[in-house]
Design a protein around this ligand. Sequence first.
Ligand SMILES: Cc1cc2nc3c(=O)[nH]c(=O)nc-3n(C[C@H](O)[C@H](O)[C@H](O)COP(=O)(O)O)c2cc1C
Length: 245
Amino acid sequence: MKITAFNGTHKTGESNTAILVDHFLQGAAEEGAQIEHLRLAQVRIQPCTACKACWQKTPGKCVIDDDMSVLLEKFISSDIVVLASPIYADNISGLLKTFIDRLIPVGDPHWQFDENGESRHCRRHAKPTRLVAVSNCGYPEQSHFDVLRLYFRRLCRNMQLELSGEIYRGAGALLAGGVPEFAGHLASYLDLVKNAGREVVRQGSVSESLSESLEAPMVPLPGFNQVFLAKVNQLVDAQIPSKTA
Ligand SMILES: Cc1cc2nc3c(=O)[nH]c(=O)nc-3n(C[C@H](O)[C@H](O)[C@H](O)COP(=O)(O)O)c2cc1C
């Protein structure tokens, strides 16, 4: 089984999204999956120009000369794809959206009705069949993923993919492990993320009970959000030169 993760953080170095993706893929690899983690910020992807050549003149092939041709091959040869992104302005990153737009050659220009009578395009390739969504954000509440929850459902309907798991985590700055008093909570949470990778390979999707655990507060201490907010504001003040002078 081949699993490829496309990570849309705009950072080329350390990334909180990458920490989640790496743990998920590590669990999947332990169950025998062939894994790859691709950072979209490290390749060249131009925006789709909506020329539709990939539907009419060069079926299934994009005419833009950049790294997307390699990524498209990786996409259609994967059994499961992971689409990963930090939250940017309540949504996926621009880079991940650009990548998703450039997936249009995998669609067939003909239309069909889905099982609910809603229109969508036919698809050109047998793979991938499943998608796992991964995201993290700055704020601590899980409500900041509301848009993504709907978006990935709609995208999977549109692209005829099964949504096999969703891993969303607020207070993303904690994922890098810089706060010693939360180290134990972080380790337990990242074990859950690894288990999600194992479950997706073993049984096709993340179980309901594991999904619930993944959504539970990472640091289950009363008043955590207030403490976190105060710490963030202290850090913000320390980083602004005029506040420290
Ligand atoms: C342009 C931009 C917009 C952001 N918008 C939000 C937001 O709407 N909500 C939020 O909770 N965090 C937001 N963040 C914070 C990131 O989601 C957060 O820092 C995340 O941990 C970054 O993940 P990364 O290290 O993989 O890039 C934003 C960050 C950037 C750079």
